[in-house]
Write a new protein. Structure first.
Length: 512
């Protein structure tokens, strides 16, 4: 990037680096309790890096889960400065997602050992680039493109593709045309507005993206001075169709999504259906139409953009707006006497949208797995896992539970998860009401649920309720989360104390 910038007479310097943890590595570990707040640490680190007031623009290198939201949150507080995100693209496909899931489920059931699990993981994640399932990392790339913050078509080109380094070069050179020293000055504060945020939500819903962004987008909007809430997302989900089937919402991975037409197809279809604001600023200039094209190498060996195909090249992966996979979006807001929660429906089988079963209550995900191994969950069950919210223990992802719960579901049981914690963007097959608000430590009704309470989760009706007589009359309780010590968790005490609720972005930094 230094070389590319110098070709335009600019100097590129490393302003700073940010800490980043891998949620995939820390799943099920105590350190996962640092994950969500690492987003806010990244935002703080980015602010320190940009605070020197010597830069005319910023290139933001982010891909994975908390890095992109953290970078963007801070960049928006430097709204006077142009910014471009540079993605790395996904790694080439490894073993199939179905095979990967099979090995994980067999490991959870004790059918295979650690060596076979490790071999499967190494065959799945074998190269540079993002993981190939459509989780939070690839949802990040989709968002930055549909929000006009990175170059068109740059999201899902593999690192070893000849276009990849040239797109990086193009981004480094593009930023030099956007500074206050040029006639086309375009700071990020003039790119991200209410329309841009809405476009991001629409893209998330239309592609079945990560539920983590039901939190991150609210935090991002807040940093831009915009109020976004779950009801806004729910209202959009009622009218935005699901146009993509990418694992865990389908069998294929993000590379198949790219081959089928990728972001240019998705954005053109949504715009033609009147579901995107096209009258927006982007890093390419005015108008979202810049993003209906695809990048290619011209005769001079440089990146140019041309009209992309208007048809999906794989109707099992990408559907047109007039014939979507679902008429509504991939996420639902559910509410009732347990509070409000998010339910990802895009990956849930049709016959699992409504679950009614007795509760089995836990306060630790390891206790859930112990109960599973002891055959205590071999029944219709709603697993209630409380004390996992931002104020309790930092709101960890609970993806480690997915193989066990999937095994129960495939055994024929009616199974659901209800929690004030999070799930990975890779989760979705098991019906789950997550991010429950208010959380149990803040007096939420989840705190007073008992074993045997009958719970109904209805994705069609958008309801989450305890049906047991007298539940409303029970004395309110506050779950007292145990002290979290070790692996640095005690250092984040202040973050937990300050954190807003999940439906307010779970933000632990700011000025309020």
């Amino acid at each position: 990037m230094k070389i590319f910038a110098r070709e335009r007479g600019a100097t590129a310097q490393v302003a700073g680096g940010v800490p980043a943890m891998c949620d995939g590595v820390t799943q099920g570990q105590d350190s996962m309790e640092l994950s969500l707040f690492s987003r806010d640490v990244i935002a703080l680190s980015t602010a320190v890096a940009l605070s020197h007031h010597v830069f005319d623009g910023s290139l933001l290198l982010g891909i994975c889960d908390k890095i992109v939201p953290g970078l963007l949150m801070a960049a928006l507080r430097f709204g006077h400065m142009p910014a471009i995100f540079i993605p790395a693209g996904p790694m080439p496909s490894g073993i199939s997602n179905g095979e990967k899931a099979r090995v994980r489920q067999d490991y959870a059931a004790g059918k295979v050992g650690h060596d076979e699990l490790l071999a499967s993981e190494m065959a799945s994640y074998h190269s540079q680039g993002t993981c190939t399932f459509y989780g939070t990392a690839n949802s990040n790339q989709m968002l930055m493109e549909i929000m006009g913050l990175q170059l068109p078509g740059s999201s899902f080109i593999n690192p070893d593709d000849g276009l990849r380094p040239l797109l990086t070069a193009a981004a480094a050179q593009k930023i030099t045309t956007m500074t206050h020293l040029t006639p086309d000055f375009l700071p990020i504060g003039q790119v991200v507005d209410e329309r841009t945020i809405v476009n991001g939500v629409v893209g998330l819903l239309a592609t079945g993206g990560s539920t983590n962004h039901s939190i991150h987008l609210i935090a991002i909007a807040r940093m831009a001075g915009i109020i976004l809430d779950w009801q806004d997302m729910a209202d959009l989900s009622d009218i935005v169709p699901l146009l993509a089937r990418v694992y865990p919402n389908g069998k294929e991975d993000i590379n198949a999504f790219q081959r089928a037409g990728g972001m240019s197809f998705i954005m053109r279809e949504l715009a033609s259906a009147g579901l995107l604001h096209t009258d927006v600023n982007t890093v390419m200039g005015r108008g979202l139409e810049h993003y209906f094209k695809e990048p290619y190498l011209d005769d001079d060996g440089k990146v140019s953009w041309r009209s992309a195909g208007s048809e999906s090249l794989n109707l099992d992966v990408l559907a047109p707006a007039h014939a979507p996979f679902m008429r509504e979006g991939g996420m639902k807001l559910v509410a009732g006497n347990l509070g409000r929660a998010i339910m990802k429906v895009s990956a849930v089988p049709d016959d699992r949208w409504v679950i009614e079963a007795p509760a089995k209550v836990f306060c630790d995900q390891n206790d859930v797995l112990t109960a599973y191994k002891n055959d205590e969950l071999n029944q219709d069950v709603v697993v209630v896992l409380k004390g996992q919210g931002p104020c309790a223990n930092g709101m960890p992802e609970l993806h480690k539970l997915t193989p066990a719960l999937t095994n129960l579901q495939e055994a024929g049981y009616q199974v659901a998860l209800v929690t004030d914690g999070r799930l990975s963007g890779a989760s979705g097959k098991v019906p789950a009401a997550i991010h429950v608000c208010p959380e149990a430590t803040q007096g939420g009704p989840l705190a007073k649920v008992k074993d045997g309470d009958r719970i109904r989760l209805d994705g069609h009706a958008g309801t989450l309720a305890v049906l047991t007589d007298g539940f409303a009359e029970r004395a309110d309780e506050v779950y007292l989360a145990p002290k979290t010590m070790g692996v640095g968790r005690e250092l984040f005490y202040g973050f937990r104390q300050r954190a807003t609720a999940a439906d307010q972005g779970a933000v632990s930094i700011g000025w309020e």
